[in-house]
Ligand binder design. Structure first.
Ligand SMILES: *Cc1c(COP(=O)(O)O)cnc(C)c1O
Length: 400
């Protein structure tokens, strides 16, 4: 592999740990190793101080209060706690819950699980631009609806759902609103009050923090949200999530969120410019390409493009020195096309010939230039071997 470039453009899958977050963590992996629950000595006190400082940092980026933050192992766990926790606690009030077809598997699978436990689920479709039609939500809300879960930003196509309107509709009807904001927080402005969110899931490793740590925001006032805990034990995190706190990871998340908040404006402008350079660079030199999802209401670092008339697996193989992900399910054992692209009405062939470019904090202009050159070269080469592309070019085929 000597001389090969390895360009990382998969920032939606995970992000590298910011050096400053790592530095903040190191003392808590070394001499400050105490258990935050040990409140009889200095070691425990130092650990607890660090956890509470990180709780403040986490609350601040969400516009929340520190006591509304529950530390978890990541957004998957936060989604599980929010959805199962609400269903179990509020089943007497109603057994109907609503989500959207393009959600992360961690939400969709919780809904499937609740269905097995005799809850009734409504999975709303999205429009071809990936956005939820607010009228469809309004029509789906019932007197026995107890929870709506709609993500803030989609991890595949980057579209930003109209969560403020969704939150407002839920509030009108007295229904709890959960949003999986793992991709949104730190990338686009997000605030629990504007979103009128009752529960919010976040994950540190999507914002340059460490893996295996996240949080759930649980609204404390107007209304005070109650949940059934999913991990029983020592009663940590106000009884909502037992288990010894992962102090170094919590410290790293706090620092990562503080940095993200301070640099959001400048970073999003820079990343958006790179994304637009990439999009325009591809569009100027390739025909028959489709950007999936709305381009305006979108994460700055996301570009998900379908290249008609090429074979998806070969495309990905040829882009071997650029780390991207494809329109096939990321659980690579299962080559089924992405459920998100399917929900947009994208054909199986085009979904498989789609690439998700995820740009972020450490992406450079040179890397974008290289990605354009390489992608154009590979797509042209594959199309030269495609009889369909030849016909399409002569106008003898409908666009794929
Ligand atoms: C990454 C991601 C998750 C899962 O988060 P983990 O912390 O890895 O469990 C959930 N939802 C969305 C939208 C994500 O992007």
């Amino acid at each position: 592999m000597k001389g090969k470039r390895h360009i990382y453009m998969d920032y939606h899958a995970t992000t590298p740990l910011d050096e400053r977050a790592l530095e903040a963590m190191l003392p808590y992996l070394r001499e400050k190793f105490g258990n935050a629950a040990s409140q009889t000595h200095r070691f425990g006190w130092d650990a607890l101080d660090a956890v509470e400082a990180a709780r403040v940092q986490t609350a601040r980026i969400l516009g929340a209060r520190p006591e509304e933050i529950v530390f978890t192992s990541g957004a998957t766990e936060s989604n599980n706690l929010a959805i199962k926790g609400v269903c179990e606690k509020h089943a007497a009030k109603g057994r109907h819950i609503i989500t959207v077809a393009t959600e992360h598997k961690a939400v969709l699978d919780c809904f499937a699980q609740m269905e097995k436990r005799d809850f009734e689920t409504t999975i709303l479709d999205v429009r071809p631009d990936g956005l939820l039609d607010i009228e469809e939500l309004r029509a789906a809300l019932r007197d026995d609806t107890i929870l709506v879960s709609v993500m803030a930003a989609n991890n595949e196509i980057g579209v930003l759902q109209p969560i403020e309107e969704i939150g407002a509709r839920c509030k009108e009807r007295g229904v709890l609103f959960h949003t999986d904001a793992a991709q949104a927080v730190g990338k686009v402005p997000f605030n629990v009050e504007n979103a009128k969110a009752d529960l919010v899931s976040i994950s540190a490793h999507k914002v340059y923090g460490p893996k295996g740590i996240g949080a759930l925001y649980v609204r404390g006032k107007h209304p005070r949200v109650s949940l059934d805990c999913q991990l029983h034990g020592g009663g940590h995190e106000r009884g909502l999530r037992s288990g010894t706190l992962n102090v170094p990871a919590i410290v790293g998340m706090g620092k990562a969120l503080e940095i993200a908040q301070a640099e959001l404006e400048e970073e999003s402008r820079r990343v958006l410019a790179l994304r637009e350079k990439l999009r325009q660079g591809l569009a100027a030199r390739l025909d028959h390409i489709t950007v999936h999802g709305d381009l305006q209401r979108r994460l700055p670092g996301n570009l998900n493009v379908g290249f008609a008339y090429v074979e998806g697996e070969t495309l990905l193989m040829r882009l071997d020195d650029i780390a991207v992900s494809s329109g096939s399910a990321c659980t690579s054992a299962d080559p089924a096309p992405s459920h998100v692209l399917a929900a947009l009405g994208v054909s199986v062939d085009l979904a498989q010939a789609s690439i998700r470019f995820g740009l972020g904090r450490f992406t450079t202009e040179e890397e974008v230039d290289y990605a354009i050159e390489k992608t154009v070269r590979v797509v042209r080469m594959l199309r030269e071997q495609s009889p369909h592309y030849d016909l399409a070019r002569q106008g003898l085929l409908d666009d794929e």
